[in-house]
Design a protein around this ligand. Structure first.
Ligand code: FES
Length: 616
């Protein structure tokens, strides 16, 4: 089956997918995350898109959810509509997950609060006279209210007042004077929220007066040159006394490059940025702040701080207003850092009506459970299998990577870039293993069966893919044995079992500690880049996710990034972040006696299977 092109408007992003792929999934492939409060059941109507032209197939259930008027205008539910041929689709702003007002209003009943810490006051003072000899400072405070003024500001004040006809704009943060500016700059108050990933750094520029998002910019974390995971960077700091300063200089440099680019895009000045907020794992946050992460590299993995920090941004080298503050997310534990807390804030983790599990799957998986107001959090070292590493023909999700596998009598694949496959990424590995389990090619211990062992009713097309050699059986996923073969090797299945087992064991331990039966979980929220691309029924089939109904498993996009934006925008959100962090009990699995046994059991694939999810 050959792939067809889908173009999304207004961004113009394009993707090639197999016919039969849902529009929801196609959009997700290019990073367009739609709202799915009903989990793709076709009942909430929030994943609304408009088909401009092309061939698609909408499920009948759309008719029950959408009005005739909307249907006649070409609107479809992305979760219920399959791509059949080349398509052009318009995505309304309200359907986007990143439209924050919508997320918070629709999913959680709260409105986005624009209540920044920084604000400005324009003033016009009377000049001193023989009958009014108030000091410059008192004269200013009589106009703007009692504030804390630094000695540096007092030094500048006499000339600033007298040279500008006693008028200007005071920049305030709470009861602290950040700056006094010439003229009326009261309409220029900006802030930047950073999601500091180990690999990628994303910065978003906001107008703090209106809450409007002005520009987004991402770059590779410059620390990549010093190792591509947190452990290698921690080791570098442990081995070399000057490495911490160098790593801090590099990450601040990356942030400054992003700030410059954001200012250029939005045509604003660096000096009008008064707030910066960052969310990252504990290692990234500590290095950003110049705090030694060495203790994160040995049991019991202790972080330097857990409360949120408010620091002077320019003292760390950030190119923003000299008085600007840097807000750093609180951290729960060594490997449950500020990015997890940001995700909890964005997910409103304690506001759901049933037990809720927040899962961010990656090299380090972070898991948070909230039940009856009680919060538990842990992390599991899943290793890089989900990113395609340590998989024989594994690769990151780039051009040439198989990203989707369907096994149904034979194998269908989807390749990024619509080219000859050269490897497979983590989502395809999960699809393939789940499909192999369903087809009876793989048993629950993870052994690929030989042609003699599989059920005699299995299609010959599948049997021909079982390649026996050196006492092992490998599964031919794409190509032929002679030309461009891509295999699932027996050892690849073992790698996936290790990664899968670590996450699942961590989930099981949290559930047991909280006294929650997996069947009683109301919601499983999947956060992060990888989580938003996996097929829910396949992740569930291999045991990565608990056996809950599809509607309970929801994609929540880049929750860490959203959390950073929320705390940038509102002092109440900052308090909420600190409160959630304080309330959360950290479970350190490296010290947990149950973990090894639970891990061993979680390596075995479940023998049952649920219904397939509608949108997959
Ligand atoms: S209708 Fe709810 S996600 Fe599509």
């Amino acid at each position: 089956m050959s792939e067809v092109q889908v173009t999304f408007q207004p961004s113009g992003q394009r993707v090639f997918v197999l016919p039969g792929t849902s529009l929801l999934e196609a959009a997700g492939r290019v990073g367009i995350i739609l709202q799915t409060p009903c989990g793709g059941a076709g009942t909430c109507g929030k994943c609304l898109v408009k088909v401009i032209s092309g061939d698609c197939n909408a499920a009948e259930s759309c008719d029950d959810t959408l009005s005739d008027d909307l249907i006649n205008q070409g609107y479809h539910l992305a979760c219920q509509t399959k791509v059949m041929g080349e398509l052009v689709v318009d995505i309304p702003e309200e359907s986007m997950f990143e439209s924050r007002q919508q997320i918070l209003e629709d999913d959680l009943g709260a409105e986005l609060e624009v209540n920044p810490v920084v604000y400005k006051k324009y003033f016009k003072l009377d000049a001193p006279t023989s009958t009014d000899d108030r000091s410059d400072e008192t004269r200013l405070m009589d106009a703007i209210g009692e504030v804390e003024v630094s000695i540096e500001q007092l030094r500048c004040m006499p000339s600033l007042m007298r040279n500008n006809d006693w008028a200007g704009t005071a920049v305030l943060s709470g009861d602290r004077l950040l700056a006094v500016e010439q003229g009326d700059t009261s309409g220029k108050v900006y802030g930047v929220a950073f999601d500091i990933g180990t690999t990628t750094v994303v910065g978003t520029l906001f107008n703090l007066l209106t809450g409007a998002e002005l520009a987004v910019e991402s770059q590779m974390n410059g620390q990549i040159a010093h190792g591509d995971d947190v452990i290698s960077r921690i080791l570098k700091v442990r081995e070399d006394t000057v490495a911490l300063a160098e790593l801090q200089r590099v990450i601040v440099g990356t942030a400054n490059d992003i700030i410059s680019s954001l200012c250029g895009k939005a045509k604003i000045e660096h000096d009008h940025i008064y707030e910066v907020a960052i969310a990252g794992n504990a290692t990234m946050q500590q290095i950003f702040c110049g705090l030694n992460p060495a203790a994160l590299g040995e049991v019991p993995f202790v972080q330097v701080f857990d409360r949120s920090l408010t620091l002077q941004a320019n003292k760390l080298g950030l190119l923003v207003n000299v008085g600007a503050d840097l807000f750093v997310m609180p951290q729960i534990g060594g490997f449950v850092g500020g990015d997890t807390v940001a995700g909890m804030v964005a997910a409103r983790i304690d506001k759901w009506d049933k037990p809720v599990l927040l899962v961010d799957i990656g090299t380090n998986g972070e898991i948070v459970l909230c039940h009856d107001g009680k919060l538990l959090a842990t992390s599991a070292a899943a290793g890089p299998a989900f990113e395609g590493a340590r998989i024989t023909q594994g690769m990151r999700a780039a051009a040439g990577a198989i990203e989707k596998v369907i096994i149904n009598g034979d194998v269908e694949i989807n390749v990024i870039g619509n080219v000859t496959p050269v490897g497979l990424c983590g989502t395809a590995l999960i699809d393939a293993v789940a499909g192999m389990l369903r087809a009876g090619v793989l048993d629950e211990t993870g052994r690929i069966l030989s042609t003699d062992e599989v059920d005699s009713s299995m299609s010959s097309l599948l049997k021909d893919r079982l390649i026996e050699r050196d006492g092992n059986v490998d599964f031919l996923l794409a190509g032929t044995v002679e030309k461009n073969p891509i295999y699932i090797y027996q050892k690849d299945v073992r790698e996936l079992q290790l990664a899968n087992g670590a996450i699942r064991a961590a989930v099981n331990i949290l559930l047991r500690r909280a006294g929650v039966d997996p069947a009683d979980l109301g919601y499983v929220l999947l956060a992060g880049a990888f989580g938003n691309f996996i097929r829910r029924s396949n992740a569930r089939r291999i045991g990565l996710l608990p056996q809950v109904a599809c509607g309970a498993i929801r994609f929540i996009g880049n929750a860490a990034s959203l959390g950073a934006k929320l705390v940038l925008m509102s002092s109440n959100e900052r308090q909420y972040a600190d409160e959630l962090c304080k309330r959360t009990e950290h479970i350190d699995l490296s010290l947990d006696s149950e973990f090894q046994m639970e891990f061993g059991m979680a390596m075995i694939f479940p023998d049952d299977d649920f219904d397939a999810c509608i949108d997959e």
